[in-house]
Design a protein around this ligand. Sequence first.
Ligand SMILES: NC(=O)c1ccc[n+]([C@@H]2O[C@H](COP(=O)([O-])OP(=O)(O)OC[C@H]3O[C@@H](n4cnc5c(N)ncnc54)[C@H](OP(=O)(O)O)[C@@H]3O)[C@@H](O)[C@H]2O)c1
Length: 337
Amino acid sequence: MSKIYRPQDKQNYIANADRYEKMKYRRTGKSGLLLPELSLGLWHNFGLNDDFENARNLLKCAFDNGITHFDLANNYGPPYGSAETTFGKILKKDFKKYRNELIISSKAGYDMWPGPYGDFGSKKYLVSSLDDSLKRMNLDYVDIFYHHRPDYETPLEETMVTLDLMVRQGKALYVGISNYQPERAAEAFKILKDLGTPCLIHQPRYSMMDRWVEDGLLDLIEKEGVGAIAFSPLAQGTLTDKYLNGFPEDSRAVKDGRYLKTAQINEKLSKIKKLNTIALERGQSLAQMAIAWILKDQRITSVLIGASKTAQILDSLKAIDNTEFSKEELEKIESVL
Ligand SMILES: NC(=O)c1ccc[n+]([C@@H]2O[C@H](COP(=O)([O-])OP(=O)(O)OC[C@H]3O[C@@H](n4cnc5c(N)ncnc54)[C@H](OP(=O)(O)O)[C@@H]3O)[C@@H](O)[C@H]2O)c1
């Protein structure tokens, strides 16, 4: 009997059978959860006006290469919420059968909706926000839910009790915190441990251009058995070769100047050029070296990249082939930084 042709067959995504062969996975602190050395964030390029097919291809390209972790937040877009809506659509179309192979995170803690209950760290805000995120993504649960930034007005106990509640309600499997300084993070870890929901992971910004985590945070997470996922490892594209000869029209700095300014990049250009030379001597692109430089530290569980093109994901993935640095290479990099 001839096979019935269904128009949607062409659209049916079958993940690459070899997707787990190359990627390396690291244990998240002292938990049971393994995360890929590279994870993909949906902060940019998944909003309402971004190209849906491109967004879809980015996720497929990542998953086909063993990137099992996708990171979101309530306010990714623009407009706020739209990255989760886009992700929900792609999940339904392409990834439904792979849900058990995915680690999906979301967050709340920044400005989300008007009024006193749409920002910071109250129970009222976080509970409503996670419910909204689950609806937008069409999920029963997220794998990791984060408090997105510290809130010094709300009692820390209230925020942490809310994270614990989400796990007990089955809406999140694990919880994390992001952007917390070491002292506040230590308090949060203690409260969560006492509640019986240990903090899985901390999500700080970390790159060659922004090294605040080396000042106590990495020591703390190691001591407490908490994982770390480094966001903006390429300093939003600054630590790549893309700005060496000007500002490409399709780059973040030109397309979306909200968080990355051309002036900021100009200031760093001479360092970027020198780092690029060191990367080439290592046989890596600058993006690959910047990622490898973070992964050399075993306290880091995963490096959380962004991408506007599948070619960037494929380039960045090669970072895991060489995360060893000689003493001389490290000294050279230090002298530039
Ligand atoms: N917790 C928090 O507060 C927080 C804050 C920010 C981000 N995050 C998370 O971290 C994720 C990553 O942040 P990010 O997008 O700033 O990360 P990033 O990896 O530092 O920057 C990503 C950008 O770099 C460029 N790029 C990436 N790979 C490249 C390559 N191989 N060669 C050349 N250019 C390359 C692309 O820029 P173009 O667009 O110019 O092509 C891409 O959009 C976010 O999606 C989000 O999940 C969390």
